[in-house]
Design a binder for this molecule. Structure first.
Ligand code: PRX
Length: 654
């Protein structure tokens, strides 16, 4: 509750400036309201018009929305298109020599790639993949560094109608293996190494590890980009260098025309239970969400230089790097490095260098950069900036004010964009030339997004009260299903508790007196660590997979920079460890989790007990563990606990 109360106190309001509004794509509240009313008056007609105006269709659609098999909604089903054509080919007539990608390398050097060059690179790789037997509907896992070629790989798959599944380059071999198996991927595209912050990470060796057990029987070839001069182990009949694959390929490749509902990609994300879910997106609806949000929320103009700092391993890097900016023919920065290398001025240095106009990053990055150099932005000329954005977690008003005043020089609106892997594109965010902003609120839904806050029975809550954030009507960029698991899709996102009709986001939120939406956090057992979603169950399963661990429970605790940090309560099979032995075990378990899932899931704090606090029926009392993790006094009655004495043991971090 404390978080809710503190944001409620925030009452600063920043109106868009007259100049911004005058030039905005959606100019003023009347224009915003008119769009919302248009959507309300003729919901399908509204989206159909946008889809006709913004997408180049090979075959126009005649059907708009099919709700007959809800919640398996279909949009523009009989339309045919290719997303790579929409992102590249359609710009060649008038923008062939425009820079599409400024590839901003880890070491500070950069390379400009024009639309013509991007076209050739994508076509050559697509032809190469075709020569390996890749065809429409095949799954390709992309496990790559943040190089421009990661975008090329995604676009090449899309060109062939192959379904890509990008796996974040920080995930471990185990995570790669699970995802490859679940999607039954035919091809893996990787690099020998990635380079971030001057450090090299062996990606190809991790892929080798993932494939070593022989479980991934679907994989036929591993394509390896040579990012560094490092040697890698080689399997002659399985591995092929990217440069060899594309060497003699034609630089034209007819796109595969796919149906609007054909899957574009799968992206695995954490849920509250079990293994990560393969969120499956469509082609037409996803593209439409990316384009309209670029125009409405990012107010995109042809001379903008757009920079989204996300990794293509996450949804933000899909929508606002690999597809959205390219679909509009934008010039964008693709950043390989980390915000703190060579120092904490890297973002500001590169904004000056590339004259970035729109900058989109995460609150966790902002908080860490404030810590490392609150004055650093002042050393650079940031006058090219006109719009700032954030995503991934609620931004605290202090960080917001710093971003607004110091980075944006009190000139640039901030778009705080609420959305999810599942929604495919921004859902709730200010249209910057229309909606006044308040630090910490993602403000109002985009036109055509019918968001509401409801109680357990699905009834709207009163203003000021918290409730479940839902979206009441299907929208084009919504996920279509969980890969291979329609039941899980239904029960997770359209639960019967809410009548099975609403998309239930898994977040709680409330509305203030102006109808502004404030996100309060997750309602399930999902942590938000540095803007990344981690299921507590996944980390628990990783811990208990260690032969020494009998039982584990994971919760979050507030963290200054990361938003939330992982705290693990662990019961070992042997004696409860003490002193140095406990320290050694904790270090071992942290490494273990990094090895099983990836460093992002590593607990900050591990506590050992002889048992976990359980009710007499054996249920772990997570509420108590959350209080212990935060260091709160336990005032509630714990007499119903099976084993109240363990509470004392679990109070202390190792
Ligand atoms: O809890 C919300 C939080 O991030 C979750 C979605 O995570 P993911 O699918 O990884 O996508 C992140 C990037 C789109 C949401 O359920 N979240 C995302 N954006 C915001 C946010 N919380 C508050 N404010 C936001 N702007």
């Amino acid at each position: 509750m404390s978080a809710i109360e503190s944001v409620l106190k925030e009452n600063r309001v920043f109106e868009p400036s007259e100049t911004f509004t005058a030039h905005a794509n959606v100019s003023g509240m009347d224009a915003y309201n008119a769009l919302c009313e248009k959507a309300n008056a003729d919901y399908e007609g509204f989206w159909a018009e946008l889809a006709r105006d913004n997408i180049t269709w090979k075959q126009p659609f005649t059907k708009i929305l099919d709700e007959s098999n809800a919640p398996f909604f279909k949009w523009f089903e009989d339309g045919k298109l290719n997303i790579s054509y929409n992102c590249i080919d359609r710009h060649l007539a008038d923008k062939a020599d425009k820079v599409a990608i400024i590839y901003d390398k880890d070491d500070g050097s950069s390379e400009n790639i024009t639309y013509r060059q991007l076209y050739e690179r994508v076509c050559q790789l697509a032809n190469g993949l075709k020569s390996l037997g890749v065809k429409k509907g095949d799954r390709v896992v992309i496990y790559m560094p943040m190089v421009a070629d990661a975008v090329v790989a995604m676009q090449a798959c899309a060109r062939l109608g192959a379904i890509h599944s990008v796996v974040f380059g920080g995930f471990s071999a185990g995570a790669v293996k699970d995802r490859v198996k679940d999607a039954a991927a035919k091809i893996i595209i990787t690099a020998n190494e990635s380079v971030r912050g001057g450090k090299r990470v062996p990606l190809k060796a991790t892929v080798d590890d993932a494939l070593a057990g022989g479980d991934c029987t679907s994989v036929e070839k591993v394509v390896v980009l040579q990012r560094t001069d490092a040697d890698v182990a080689w399997s002659d009949d399985r591995d092929i260098w990217w440069h060899d694959l594309v060497q003699h390929q034609a630089s034209d490749c007819e796109p595969e025309w796919v149906g609007a509902e054909d899957p574009l990609f799968i992206l695995y994300t954490s849920g509250s239970t079990g293994k990560p879910k393969g969120v499956q997106h469509s082609t037409g609806g996803f593209l439409l969400g990316a384009i309209v949000s670029m125009k409405w929320v990012f107010d995109y103009k042809p001379n903008d230089v757009f920079w989204c700092t996300a990794d293509v391993g996450w949804i933000t890097g899909h929508t606002y790097i690999a597809y959205g900016p390219l679909a509009l023919g934008a010039t964008q920065v693709v950043f390989e490095g980390v915000p703190t290398y060579p120092d904490a001025g890297r973002f500001w240095h590169d904004i000056e260098k590339f004259k970035v106009t729109i900058f989109y990053t995460a609150p966790t990055a902002i908080r860490s950069l404030i810590k490392l150099g609150a004055d650093l932005p002042k050393k650079y000329d940031l006058s090219s900036l006109r719009l700032l954005g954030t995503v991934g977690e609620p931004i605290n008003p202090e960080a917001w004010m710093w971003y607004y005043q110091i980075v944006g020089n009190s000139r640039c609106p901030i778009v705080d964009t609420w959305w999810q892997t599942e929604t495919g594109s921004n859902m709730i965010a200010p249209l910057p030339g229309a909606v006044a902003i308040k630090p910490g609120s993602c403000t109002l839904p985009l036109p055509g997004i019918i968001a509401d806050i409801v109680d357990e029975s699905g009834a709207p809550v009163e203003k000021g009260n918290g409730g479940f954030l839902v979206i009441k009507r299907p929208f084009p960029s919504l996920l279509r299903t969980v890969w291979g698991d329609n039941e899980r899709f239904k029960s997770t996102y359209f639960p019967e508790d809410f009548g099975g009709k609403y998309y239930v986001a898994g977040d709680s939120a409330h509305r203030d007196e102006n109808g502004y939406i404030w996100i309060m956090g997750r309602v399930d057992d999902v942590l938000n660590v540095s803007g990344h979603r981690l299921g507590t169950m996944e980390i628990e399963s990783a811990l208990v997979a260690n032969p020494l661990v009998a039982e584990a429970a994971v919760v979050g605790k507030p963290h200054d920079v990361k938003g939330e940090a992982v705290v693990a309560f662990v019961v070992l099979k042997g004696e409860r460890p003490h002193g140095d032995e406990a320290k050694r075990m904790a270090a071992e378990l942290k490494n273990w989790v990094a090895h099983e899932i990836g460093k992002i899931a590593q607990p900050d704090d591990i506590r050992f007990g002889e048992n976990l606090p359980k009710t007499r029926s054996g249920k772990i009392m997570r509420r108590l563990l959350r209080s212990l993790a935060k260091g709160e006094e336990i005032t509630s009655d714990i007499s119903t606990l099976e084993n109240p004495q363990v509470m004392e043991q679990l109070k202390h971090s190792v």
